[in-house]
Design a protein around this ligand. Structure first.
Ligand SMILES: *Cc1c(COP(=O)(O)O)cnc(C)c1O
Length: 376
């Protein structure tokens, strides 16, 4: 068996090569590299896919989060609740805007923030909650939305890892990830579920006024050309990336189906190793398996990772350090022990290869190697 990577963007490209090459050639022919028609076309297709009124394409997922928080008009010192077990970008934009991140611990099985955790973290200064739909499944949104409504708090969903997943409310209503709060944000980083061939991102909302504000902020705070009504940023999705995304969007549901099939394979193949915990599903969410993350006893985790590496299988630790223990975030005064679940997860998690092009042969090989490690 050759080296088995975490993601395989090359095979994914080769499987749609004709379609993709034509889309890229189309942008080259038009030479409208910025704000071209390809951007608006993708925007509208993505709006239909999500079932949301406005998609605002931007430069990357981090920008999407930042622009969303800026559009809500939050003031320095306002508190924003974020989970402590996530990629740094979620809290980084909060800190950059002079807002105060208020961390909460996560559920030990779904890796997501919980309504109980959020409720306890609310203070009179709480202005926003950023639920992170980590690894591909949605946070228990119904209860969090209820809390937010009760306290008049904004919700900005970090859906950078969860595109392709859905959440079902108790009345039967189904919403796509990122379409439940005031804003949803996503990233088109190449390895994300819907990824481009460089950097890209988007925020989305059903609110006309918020959409207009976000669009304005993303474009230097400009309303009429060279009239700047607010301080903005420069963040845009370029036409090549939009054309690439438009091709991939057509295949997204198939890509997600392949990820789910790979996850089901792992679930079954690893079920008979009692020491391993396979990812648990949140009852009201579908899972788009951005990551397939198992929990391995702490004393065995790094040895398993090394054993897999020696056998040509990549794996990753998402995330080795919870946000409150990151050096740059010392300033907020959190100490070790403050978030025991996230601290434990950082010592036991291991993400296995997961992408849209995994074959049963490769999955069987990876699973055999994990069994071999356990039987040594
Ligand atoms: C990838 C990611 C981001 C940031 O996206 P970029 O496009 O890399 O800026 C933010 N939050 C989470 C949870 C992510 O996984």
């Amino acid at each position: 068996m050759n080296q088995i990577p975490m993601v395989d963007l090359k095979s994914q490209y080769l499987n749609v090569k004709d379609e993709m090459d034509a889309a890229i050639q189309g942008v080259l022919d038009s030479s409208a590299f910025v704000k071209g028609e390809a951007v608006t076309t993708f925007q509208h297709h993505f709006e239909s896919y999500l079932g949301v009124k406005h998609v605002i394409p931007v430069g990357n997922g981090t920008d999407a989060l930042q622009i969303a928080l800026m559009a809500l008009g939050l003031k320095p010192g306002d508190e924003v609740i974020t989970p402590v077990f996530t990629f740094i970008a979620t809290a980084e934009v909060v800190a950059l805007l002079g807002l105060t991140p208020r961390f909460v611990d996560v559920d030990p099985y779904t890796f997501c923030m919980t309504a109980e955790g959020v409720e306890k973290a609310i203070t009179p200064r709480t202005k926003a909650i950023v639920p992170v739909h980590l690894f591909g499944q949605n946070v228990e949104m119904e209860s969090i939305l209820r809390i937010a409504e009760k306290h008049h708090i904004f919700i900005v969903e970090d859906a950078c890892q969860s595109i392709g997943s859905e959440y079902k409310f108790s009345d039967g209503m189904v919403k796509k990830t990122g379409c439940m709060g005031h804003f949803g944000c996503t990233s088109f980083f190449p390895s994300k579920n819907l990824g481009c061939y460089g950097d890209g991102g988007a925020l989305f909302t059903d609110d006309d006024a918020l959409a207009e504000t976000a669009r304005c902020i993303a474009n230097h705070g400009m309303t009429v050309r060279y009239h700047h009504d607010r301080i903005g940023v420069n963040s845009r999705l370029d036409s090549l990336q939009a054309a690439i995304l438009d091709v991939k969007l057509r295949h997204l549901d198939d890509y997600i189906a392949n990820r789910r099939a790979a996850a089901a394979f792992y679930d079954e193949a690893l079920a008979d190793i009692p020491a391993l915990l396979t990812p648990r599903k949140n009852a009201h969410s579908t899972h788009s398996y951005h990551q397939y993350t198992i929990q391995v006893p702490a004393e065995k985790r790094d040895a398993l990772q090394l054993f897999l590496k020696e056998n040509g299988v990549a794996s990753m630790i998402y995330y080795p350090i919870p946000l409150h223990l990151q050096k740059a975030y010392d300033i907020y005064g959190y100490k070790e022990g403050a978030f025991p679940v996230a601290e434990r997860l950082s010592r036991v998690v291991l993400s296995l290869p997961m992408h849209s092009e995994l074959s049963d042969d490769v999955l069987a090989y990876i699973s055999q190697k994990i069994h071999a490690f356990w039987c040594e």
